[in-house]
Design a protein around this ligand. Structure first.
Ligand SMILES: [Fe+2]
Length: 222
C-alpha cells in the first residue's frame, strides 16, 4: 500500500498504534466490550511455522502487516546475531495475535483470548513467555537476547513503517537526521510511544539512531 506524502492517511493508518498504555494494571481487568466473532474451528494441534501462519491469517486483520514486519525484522537480526531458531519465529509472528480480536484493548492484551488462540497450535510456555515479555516486563523478564530484540523492534518498527509511507522511496535513503526529526515531531504518528521506541537503549545498549538504521536495513528487505 503506497500512500506516501499523504499525512492524513498515515495518521488514519497509525491511529491504533498505541499498543502500550500506562493504564495497564498489574491485575487483569476484564472489560465488558462485545467480542469480535471469530471462527471456532481448530487449525492444527501442532506448533509449527505453517500452523502459526495459518493462525495469523485467521486472527490478524489491521495488525497483520505489523506482525509480519516484526517477524521478518527479527529473522534479519537472528541471521545476523545468533543461531537461527525457527521455532522462535512463531513467537514473533504471533506476538500481537489477539490484538484485533480484543478490539485493541490494552487491558486484555495477551490474557485469556490470547491463551485461547495460541492453544489452537499447542504453543508451549516458553514461547508464550517470549511473547508476553515484549508487552509488559512486569509479567515476564526481558532477559534473553531474543526478548530484548523483540521489545526493542516492536514499537520502533511501527514508527519507521509510518514514516516510510510518507516517503516516495520508502525505506531507501531514510537517514538518521530525518528519523530524529520525525521522532521529535510529536504530532507525527502520535500513537507511537516515544519511550518504548527507545527500548533499544535500555535493553540492547544501542543508541536509538543507530538501532533505527539497523531496523531500516531489515525493513528494506521485507
Ligand atoms: Fe507488536
Amino acid at each position: 500500500m503506497l500512500i506516501f506524502g499523504d499525512k492524513k492517511k498515515v495518521e488514519e493508518l497509525t491511529k491504533d498504534f498505541p499498543l502500550y498504555s500506562n493504564n495497564v494494571s498489574e491485575e487483569k481487568t476484564k472489560t465488558t466490550g462485545e467480542s469480535i466473532k471469530v471462527p471456532t474451528e481448530t487449525i492444527s494441534s501442532e506448533c509449527t511455522i505453517e500452523s502459526a501462519e495459518n493462525l495469523a491469517e485467521k486472527y490478524l486483520t489491521d495488525t497483520r502487516t505489523h506482525c509480519q514486519q516484526v517477524w521478518k525484522i527479527m529473522r534479519y537480526f537472528a541471521q545476523q546475531l545468533w543461531e537461527d531458531e525457527e521455532r522462535r519465529y512463531i513467537a514473533w509472528l504471533l506476538h500481537d495475535i489477539d490484538w484485533d480480536v480484543i478490539w485493541k484493548n490494552p487491558e486484555e492484551h495477551l490474557w485469556d483470548k490470547f491463551l485461547e488462540i495460541v492453544s489452537e497450535i499447542s504453543m508451549d510456555d516458553e514461547l508464550i513467555s517470549d511473547i508476553r515479555s515484549h508487552y509488559e516486563e512486569k509479567w515476564v523478564p526481558v532477559d534473553t537476547t531474543l526478548r530484548k530484540y523483540l521489545i526493542s523492534v516492536d514499537e520502533l518498527s511501527w514508527f519507521l513503517y509510518a514514516y516510510s509511507l510518507l516517503r516516495p522511496t520508502q525505506f531507501e535513503g531514510m537517514a538518521r537526521k530525518w528519523i530524529k526529526k520525525r521522532l521529535k515531531d510529536k504530532a507525527f504518528a502520535r500513537g507511537v510511544d516515544r519511550d518504548h521506541v527507545q527500548y533499544c537503549e535500555k535493553y540492547l545498549d544501542i543508541p536509538l539512531q543507530e538501532f533505527a538504521l539497523q531496523v531500516v536495513e531489515a525493513m528494506k528487505n521485507i
